[in-house]
Design a protein around this ligand. Structure first.
Ligand code: WTA
Length: 656
């Protein structure tokens, strides 16, 4: 986001008071902030009682900066907490998921009692394949109920899932499997996208060529397409899971038992394996889901429109909602599978009360016109949520007016893969909201905005977002790399967690998130590092050098712009520029994911470098955003940047 654009967005004076209707029945009362801040650690201990513990914890926090333990002498089973305890309490007939397929009319309804049986069968099958407590299992699946069932079965056995987004390439999958030494993979033959099958199994086969440690692959039949089969390694879900007993007695594990790994982009090419443990993570996802979404388990139908392959899917499609025993909609398709009003149909048909999605999707829906939501009955909605990137006030207002009928509070929730659960957000009915502001830390959470020296900034000032006190769902580290964990998050401001986001406190002291300040880009709410994309580009035989920046984009928030110098002579490149560019875009999408495909690639004979040889990405970002260039005097050759600027204008619309 450019500064100028941000300034245009920020209208701190527009504020919506908490709705009185909402306040009357809200789960939290305004006093909650004071209660929690008196003794946040003790407050979190009371929140842990939302879970069913086999051994109730007597310890709360043990803090050996930056390593935290929460509730460490408690024991529990994550899957039992999500499923079994609801059935035992007589709520087995309650619907857990109204699953909606990519194709209109394809639905599945799964009650908690059914979910319990499916999870038991899957756990029994995974045990038969050899999965044990402590093992890592990669999950590479579409948005089908089996994805949730698989995750619950894995943690039931005390093993860890590492869910890899189904849109990632074979290379991305294999590097993640190798990094955490997964011995098992659960996948599907393919997924459906806008009615067309899109294969997944071939990527697994390709990935596993470099992963000799994988012993077994479990494959759900979803599309019915042809698949290559490795005898002895590959097993069909319907062959092995369906014949299992539908009961499974689970073991309890210590609260600090490792639960899952989720890879996310950092500032280097190598993604970080962020891992979470059981008791603290579950406590905070349960609490935040309940308070932020003001969950009424008896009447709400909640829809988190995210993919299971991201942390939002983990925390707010699987664990937070299931612990709260709610009914959800889970949707397989794209926003325009079956037509651009598909979402509105899903909301009307299922009487969805709560919708949680990302600004990039809101902007896309907005582009398609407010007539579409206007043509459907969305009166069941009572609350709207946003996550993944700063939401621009324009999109916020559109969401409020055309989706929420000017009656639904909007919760703009700031958090990260590393934080595990929501950290900063209004509480509906309690906190006022402002279009574009995440407002204030949740009860029990202490964040600050600090300047370069780590000093708190005053109201009306900006700086870096830090988290000052440990919180239950904080990541316990980066898989296999405790040094990188310390270095990345705990070294910039000693004693404080450095989130990597810019933030501002407005005149009222309310928080506005201003986007990443490091080399992490946010493309449609997906985190990608500039280095990751540069590595992919220089991996192509024709590329000599590449510099990648995230430039602001109306729909996707940021978009990737790559500046590339080729090994080919200028003449050769000149001959077939668009061919090379397209080839490079396809190459990046193959190496990382279609999400990482650059919006624009500028071929240039040179890149702007400092005298010490560092590429000046700051200048390239200015170029990509058509801004006037700042100080270029430190450049080795200041003419290069003007030349690139010229090329950029020339090729403005080439790559769309
Ligand atoms: C950004 C997604 C502004 C932020 C849950 C953060 C946000 C990164 C918001 C984490 C928000 C997420 N307002 N920015 N409400 N929510 N972000 O790990 O830059 O995929 O650091 O977790 O997304 O992305 P991640």
């Amino acid at each position: 986001m450019t500064e100028a654009r941000l300034e245009a967005w920020l209208d701190e004076t527009r504020s919506f008071a908490p709705s009185a209707d909402f306040a009357k029945h809200a789960n939290a009362q305004p006093s909650i902030y004071d209660e929690a801040s008196k003794d946040p650690v003790a407050w979190w201990r009371t929140q842990a009682d939302r879970l069913s513990w086999s051994t109730s914890p007597t310890k709360t926090l043990e803090w050996d900066l930056p390593f935290a333990k929460w509730f460490s002498d408690g024991t529990l089973n994550a899957s039992y907490n999500c499923v079994d305890r609801h059935v035992e309490a007589g709520r087995g007939d309650k619907v857990a998921y109204h699953w909606v397929g990519d194709a209109e009319g394809e639905t599945r309804t799964i009650t908690y009692a059914q979910l319990q049986k499916f999870v038991a069968q899957a756990a029994n099958a995974l045990s038969e394949l050899g999965v044990q407590s402590g093992d890592r299992v990669a999950v590479y699946m579409p948005m089908i109920p089996e994805a949730v069932i698989t995750m619950l079965a894995i943690v039931r056995l005390g093993a860890m899932h590492s869910v890899v987004f189904g849109g990632f390439s074979a290379d991305a999958l294999s590097s993640r499997i190798l990094d955490s030494d997964c011995q098992y993979v659960v996948t599907a033959d393919g997924a459906f996208r806008r009615g067309a099958p899109s294969p997944l199994k071939p990527a697994v086969d390709e990935a596993l060529q470099s992963c000799p440690g994988v012993k077994a692959v479990l494959v759900v039949r979803r599309t019915g397409g042809d698949v290559t089969w490795v005898e002895g390694r590959d097993h069909w879900w319907h062959d092995i899971v369906d014949r299992q007993a539908d009961t499974h007695t689970c073991e309890s594990f210590p609260a600090e038992h490792k639960m899952f790994i989720m890879y996310t982009s950092g500032t280097t090419a190598k993604p970080k394996g962020i891992f979470h443990t059981t008791g603290g993570y579950l406590t905070q996802v349960a609490t935040t889901y309940n308070l932020v979404f003001d969950v009424k388990a008896d009447s709400d139908i909640l829809w988190t429109a995210a993919d299971i392959g991201w942390i939002t899917g983990h925390s707010y499609i699987v664990y937070g909602p299931l612990i709260n025993g709610v009914t959800q909609v889970m949707y397989e398709g794209l926003p325009d599978s079956g037509g651009r009003d598909r979402w509105w149909k899903i909301i009307a048909q299922n009487k969805v009360t709560t919708l949680y999605t990302a600004p990039t999707t809101i902007r896309t829906l907005m582009k398609w016109g407010h007539e579409l939501p206007g043509a459907h009955d969305l009166s069941s909605l009572r609350l709207l949520g946003s996550v993944g990137e700063p939401i621009n006030p324009e999109a916020w207002m559109w969401y409020r007016q055309y989706v929420g009928g000017n009656r639904c509070p909007i919760v703009d929730t700031w958090w990260q893969t590393e934080t595990g659960a929501i950290m900063v957000s209004p509480l509906p009915g309690i906190t006022a909201t402002k279009p574009g502001a995440a407002m204030r830390p949740l009860p029990g959470i202490t964040v600050d905005v600090v300047d370069n020296e780590g000093k708190s900034v005053g109201n009306g000032e900006g700086g870096y977002l830090v988290i000052s006190e440990p919180w239950p769902s904080m990541t316990r580290g980066i898989w296999g790399d405790p040094e990188r964990f310390k270095e990345t998050y705990w070294s910039r401001f000693p004693g404080k967690y450095f989130a990597g986001d810019g933030a501002k406190r407005d005149a009222d002291g309310d928080l506005w998130l201003l986007g990443r300040i490091d080399d992490v880009m946010n493309i449609s709410g997906h985190r990608l590092s500039t280095t990751e994309v540069e590595h992919a580009l220089v991996g192509h035989p024709a590329v000599a050098e590449a510099a990648v920046v995230g430039a602001s984009d109306e729909t996707t928030g940021q978009a990737i712009v790559a500046f590339v110098t080729l090994k080919l002579s200028a003449d050769e490149a000149e001959k077939d520029q668009s061919g090379v560019i397209e080839e490079l875009r396809v190459h990046v999408s193959k190496v990382i994911s279609p999400i990482a495909k650059p919006r624009q690639i500028i071929l240039t004979p040179d890149l702007p470098k400092t005298r010490s040889g560092k590429i000046m990405r700051r200048l390239l970002r200015d170029v990509a955003e058509h801004r006037s260039l700042g100080d270029v005097t430190t450049l080795m050759d200041p003419t290069v940047v003007n030349m690139i600027s010229g090329l950029m204008d020339e090729h403005q619309n080439d790559n769309d």
